[in-house]
Design a protein around this ligand. Structure first.
Ligand code: ATP
Ligand code: MG
Ligand code: MG
Ligand code: MG
Length: 469
């Protein structure tokens, strides 16, 4: 069995041998990009190289980039524990060409790596191409020897990538692995494509146009390549398992969770253990990159992920903080590839413990309230927005936590009602502070925050010297 860490190394070695500069993962908090919550793809740290703003010494790069998809445009939070292939935190392996090689070489590298180096069988693989991209379809025939039925043409934006409203863009081609007919799900482009039989492992983006402000597109004189492959997904394939949560790293994280919680991961408890293992990674890496739990922005995303995990620990019987006791296992597994985990371990543990202690004071009572409210619901009725708001306001339940708790029962929240209750409270708070002559506490808090920046935690960089970011 090839361990996850060896797969990462093999990927980077392959591209190093083919003249790529191996670049360390950038931190999860994007540098100079207030529009983006977290780095969510391997290309993010290279944006300026693709637009031509930055000229890199070498025109090829490869990385294993830390990604978080738990808010904003990409939000996989609700998929975790339910699909076989989604995490909130994952590593995206990628190779990049900045105006150097293009489509043919990109497909050739991907194909060589997965079939020759990793030994995957052609019979299990298929590719999608953008419907208008005849060139890519021909290349798949030529390089992989795919028959027409293995090349799926997709005409939607799923297979056309754009950096933004303007700028570089172009067609994509995605490589899928067929995990076998016993798993529900159809091929890409079919009505049941969201199933987990055919799993997308690698996305190749061919940046060949520039989107202009007037809506037109012009061909780039020097097209570029951006690719992304989920490390955990390719690890599942190579380790002969279907589910990402069954790869070696996750097995050990889940074993630690079983140990600490004294609960076997099977049947009904399986999803909770998976959520805990996933959220442990996301929260630990976010804290290591300087995010701390708060009530807005990045810090609130972190808090939501932490509290979701804590509810699942509670479901498994936890009466005391447990998440911080899993950090050691994570640091042992991933600390070599990501030394920041080891460096920040005390901060991660302390942040998790404090947050869990705090939330545990209200979690149990909030859940009882939720249960009573659910018992009062009529058939098919959604949980009233005011109840969800009370859980938020008094018991510290983020809305998505309440939704996650109800999902197992097939119930939903009246979110419009929640928004209304939130607005009402804000208006009341404004009214009661107006005229008092003092600044509202919120305003003071935001002013402090403004001055210290959105990720004001600097403890570990100031203590340990400058961090190469
Ligand atoms: P999917 O359709 O399965 O949600 P995607 O099309 O959103 O994937 P991309 O944005 O193309 O994914 O990202 C490139 C690669 O990163 C994917 O091919 C996949 O291998 C991996 N990936 C994407 N999202 C996740 C996730 N939430 N967890 C683990 N790996 C992921
Ligand atoms: Mg997705
Ligand atoms: Mg996809
Ligand atoms: Mg994709």
């Amino acid at each position: 069995m090839t361990a996850l860490r060896d797969i990462r190394a093999k990927f980077l070695d392959y591209f190093a041998e083919h003249d790529h500069e191996v670049v360390q993962s950038a931190p999860l908090v994007p540098k100079d990009d207030p529009t983006l919550l977290f780095v969510n793809a391997g290309m993010v740290p290279f944006k300026n190289a693709f637009t031509g703003v930055e000229r890199r010494a070498r025109p090829r790069a490869a990385s294993s980039q830390k990604c978080v998809r738990a808010g904003g445009k990409h939000n996989d939070l609700d998929n975790v524990g339910y699909t076989a292939r989604h995490h909130t935190f994952f590593e995206m392996l990628g190779n990049f060409s900045f105006g150097d090689y293009f489509k043919e070489e990109a497909i050739l590298h991907a194909w060589t790596l997965i079939t020759r180096e990793f030994g995957l069988s052609r019979d299990k693989l298929l590719a999608t191409v953008y419907a208008e991209d005849e060139e890519a379809a021909d290349l798949w025939k030529k390089i992989a020897g795919f028959s027409d039925d293995k090349i799926i043409r997709i005409g939607t934006s799923d297979n056309f990538w754009m950096m933004g409203d303007t700028g570089p863009c172009g067609p994509c081609s995605e490589i899928f692995y067929d995990h076998g007919p016993e798993i529900p799900g159809g091929p890409p482009g079919s009505p049941d494509e969201d199933g987990d039989r055919f799993i997308e492992i690698w996305n190749l983006v061919f940046m060949q146009f520039e989107q202009m402000e007037d809506g037109s597109r012009k061909s780039l004189p020097k097209p570029s390549i951006d690719t992304g492959m989920g490390l955990e997904r390719i690890a599942a394939v190579l380790q002969g398992v279907h589910n990402n949560y069954e790869v070696d790293l996750f097995k050990r994280l889940i074993a630690a969770s079983e140990d600490v919680l004294r609960s076997r991961a099977e049947g009904e408890t399986l999803a909770s253990h998976r959520v805990i293992a996933d959220h442990l990674r996301a929260t630990s890496f976010l804290i290591a990159d300087g995010v701390s739990p708060s009530n807005e922005g990045r810090g609130y995303v972190l808090r939501r992920i932490m509290r979701r995990a804590m509810r699942h620990a509670h479901l498994l019987g936890a009466t005391e903080p447990v998440m911080h006791r899993l950090v050691g296992t994570l640091a042992a597994e991933m600390g070599e590839a990501f030394p920041e985990l080891k460096r920040a371990r005390p901060v991660i543990e302390e942040t998790l413990r404090a947050e869990e202690e705090r939330f545990q004071r209200t979690l149990g009572r909030g859940l009882s309230l939720l249960e009573e409210a659910v018992a009062d619901l009529d058939e098919g009725e959604a949980l009233p927005g005011e109840t969800a708001f009370k859980l938020y306001d008094t018991y510290g339940f983020p809305l998505d936590l309440t939704q996650d708790a109800l999902r197992a029962k097939g119930l939903e929240v009246d979110t419009a009602g929640f928004d209304k209750a939130m607005e009402k409270q804000k208006a009341e708070a404004r009214a009661s502070w107006a005229g008092s002559g003092e600044a509202a506490p919120d305003a003071v808090w935001y002013a402090v925050r403004e001055a210290t920046g959105p990720t004001s935690f600097t403890g570990y960089t100031t203590l340990k010297g400058s961090e190469p970011v």
